[in-house]
Design a protein around this ligand. Structure first.
Ligand code: HOZ
Length: 427
């Protein structure tokens, strides 16, 4: 494939944008090469500035569940934009959106819109602290909850991709209140809770991890965390920025049958526009200003264009839940066929999948936490990534990010993906 224009754009971008990108993983630093500059997308396909076409396995890191440029969403945005793009004042649409989310996701009595997943998680932690009067919280190694200072401790996603051990700018004072445990390790959490009795405000978790690659919870893990939270008056926060409305209409809470106290959402609820939200039980949420004193605000919160895009997409999902069965069937086909192809080639690998989130780890071990995910052979991954790109398959440019696919992915697209993998050689 020819990437001349992307190469030129990347050189130009580096003169004005740090590293040439507005989010680090996009820079292709770990896989090498030049990032592809995207011009447009439709359905399951991306089109770059050089005229190359790719089958998209990122889907804007989750939100394009129905595929790119989904017509009802595009139309709704166009119509809404004609009535202005921001008011900084309440609209009926925000109520419709809150009511729709409440009708789909469990345990949400009240919900507050923000502008990103980072903002949602940051606000949820502040709220948990304000509600419990405690300062510390537990997060899991390799889980990523946005880039607020307190979360950049053993974080996954870009921090893991770039192998950044400590993030300059995060003070020791902030980091000391962030406790970490290995994912899927209940004993480690019990130990932390015992050591810091009465000090822990929250446990925040990606119920199915996407930010160290896809890593599902083992049976009993989330149930055990729920029990600890109940016994110790700890707020249990599900970060559903990736899983919300993707794994099921009610997100991971519904899919895994676990109740959270607070839930955070991101880009998915804006249909790809910059949106986030945090919501949950009334008893906790009523501590948020102006009901309570836990302050949180934003001019673009509940922005009409973002709301109409998200509302239109979520409404489609609510009214057509067979989509989740369809996504799961495509995922199962993807998982089995890739497994068979790689096994036939004696390429060491493990595939983790939940619904339409899937990852290939190039290793011989089961992947259940960040340590086991780190055993993936990144050299093989990097080769695989570039091979797939050459064949017109666009994967996350990192061994530590889940792939996401959309309902628009056709069986023909799957066949093309399998053919691309069949021609992959390690040597
Ligand atoms: N690391 C982000 C996903 N987990 C990528 C965000 C982006 O580059 O858009």
């Amino acid at each position: 494939m020819n990437y001349t224009k992307s190469q030129q754009l990347f050189s130009r971008a580096q003169q004005s944008i740090p590293g040439g990108v507005n989010s680090p993983v996009r820079a292709f630093r770990s896989v090498g090469g030049t990032p592809v500059f995207i011009k447009s997308a439709r359905g399951a396909h991306l089109f770059d500035e050089d005229g190359n076409q790719f089958i998209d396995y990122i889907n804007s890191w989750g939100p394009m569940i129905l595929g790119h440029a989904y017509e009802p969403v595009v139309k709704a945005i166009q119509e809404k934009a004609a009535g202005s793009t921001s008011f900084g004042a309440p609209t009926e649409l925000e109520i419709n959106m809150a009511e729709l989310i409440k009708s789909m996701a469990p345990n949400i009595d009240l919900i507050r819109m923000v502008s990103s997943g980072t903002e949602a998680c940051m606000s949820a932690i502040r709220l948990a602290r304000g509600y419990t009067g405690k300062n510390k919280f537990i997060k899991f190694e390799g889980c990523y909850h946005g880039h607020a200072d307190c979360f950049l401790v053993k974080a996954g996603s870009g921090v893991a991709t770039l192998n950044i051990q400590t993030v300059p700018g995060v003070t020791a004072g902030v980091a000391q209140d962030t406790l970490t445990a290995p994912y899927n390790n209940l004993n480690a959490v019990e130990k932390l809770v015992e050591e810091h009795k009465g000090e822990i405000a929250a446990i925040i978790i990606e119920p199915v991890v996407g930010n160290m690659g896809c890593v599902p919870p083992q049976p009993g893990f989330l149930e055990g965390l729920r029990k600890i939270c109940d016994e110790e008056n700890i707020v249990f926060i599900f970060d559903e920025v990736m899983t919300g409305f993707r794994l099921a209409a009610g997100g991971a809470q519904e899919k895994l049958k676990i109740d959270a106290d607070l839930v955070t959402y991101g880009k998915v609820i804006g249909g790809g526009l910059p949106v986030g939200a945090f919501g949950g039980k009334k008893e906790i949420m009523e501590h948020i200003a102006p009901l309570g004193n836990v302050y949180q605000a934003g001019t673009l919160s509940g922005n009409p264009i973002a709301m109409i895009a998200g509302f239109t997409m979520l409404n489609e999902l609510k009214n057509n839940q067979s989509i989740y069965t369809e996504l799961d069937q495509k995922g199962a086909r993807l998982e089995k066929t890739i497994n068979d192809i790689l096994a036939g080639k004696n390429i060491p690998h493990r595939i983790n999948r939940v619904g339409s989130m899937i990852s290939i780890f190039f290793c011989n071990n089961e992947v259940t936490d960040f340590e086991s995910a780190s055993k993936t052979d990144t050299n093989i991954f990097n080769k695989f990534f570039h091979h797939m790109m050459e064949q017109g398959i666009y994967l996350p440019p990192s061994a530590y990010e889940s792939w996401f696919f959309s309902a628009a992915l056709s069986h023909e697209d799957l066949e093309k993906t399998f053919n691309a993998i069949k021609s992959f050689e390690i040597a």
